[in-house]
Design a protein around this ligand. Structure first.
Ligand SMILES: [Mg+2]
Length: 218
């Protein structure tokens, strides 16, 4: 379906994911994934391709990562998030995001971030890009694999109607979380999953460029 034919949505709040949606942390992430997979002797050929296109559950199965290694790997991911703080000056904002945020503000849409990254990184990055004023609130979740519970919590806490909310994000685990939380998801094609990843796990809407988000709004 072309984007122009889509029924426009009455959205009052947009929740953005951070990594791979606002900030291009992808090269950093790939580098760290390779390091972690070497450390845990996970055969790492094609691991990047797989991470883009299959769910976390399938990933653990595919790479024969036993259940007792999972907490360790999650701990490693958390460690790389802490290290990211010292590399943030090198991380770029995706083209078109700043303009999109400005446009959304003009429409009086509430803008949140919900991410599994750490607050310190997000705050620093938003300041560096001079966009911290655009966001009404930043939520971070500790649960890497259970984003749906956090999304649920945000809706409740902010008293939001789920039909008036978009979650804008880039990963397959985001699609799964939104389906569980019954929130409409806008998948961005410039992030981790891309066209290939979103083939099997399809968000409600797909956009190629940030400005296309505006076309989905009334
Ligand atoms: Mg992301």
């Amino acid at each position: 379906m072309t984007i122009n034919k889509i029924k426009k949505q009455n959205i009052k709040t947009i929740i953005f994911d951070f990594d791979g949606t606002i900030a291009d942390t992808l090269p950093y992430t790939f580098e760290k994934i390779i390091e972690i997979s070497k450390k845990y002797k996970i055969k790492n050929n094609q691991i990047i391709e797989k991470i883009k296109t299959i769910s976390p559950k399938e990933l653990f199965k595919e790479f024969k990562i036993s259940w007792f290694k999972i907490p360790l790997i999650i701990w490693e991911i958390k460690k790389t998030q802490k290290q990211l703080y010292f590399d943030l000056d090198k991380i770029k904002i995706f083209p078109g995001i700043k303009e999109l945020l400005k446009n959304l503000k003009q429409r009086n849409i509430k803008i949140f971030i919900y991410s599994s990254n750490i607050k310190k990184n997000i705050d620093y990055f938003l300041k560096k890009e001079k966009i911290e004023e655009c966001f009404d609130k930043i939520y971070v979740g500790k649960n890497l694999l259970g984003k749906d519970k956090d999304l649920f919590y945000i809706l409740k806490k902010e008293n939001l109607k789920k039909e008036e909310v978009f979650y804008v994000a880039d990963e397959i685990r985001d699609v799964l979380a939104c389906k569980r939380a019954k929130i409409k998801m806008v998948g961005v094609l410039w992030g981790l999953a891309g066209k290939e990843g979103f083939k099997k796990f399809t968000p409600d809407f797909l956009i190629k460029k940030p400005q296309q988000l505006l076309k989905l709004l009334i």
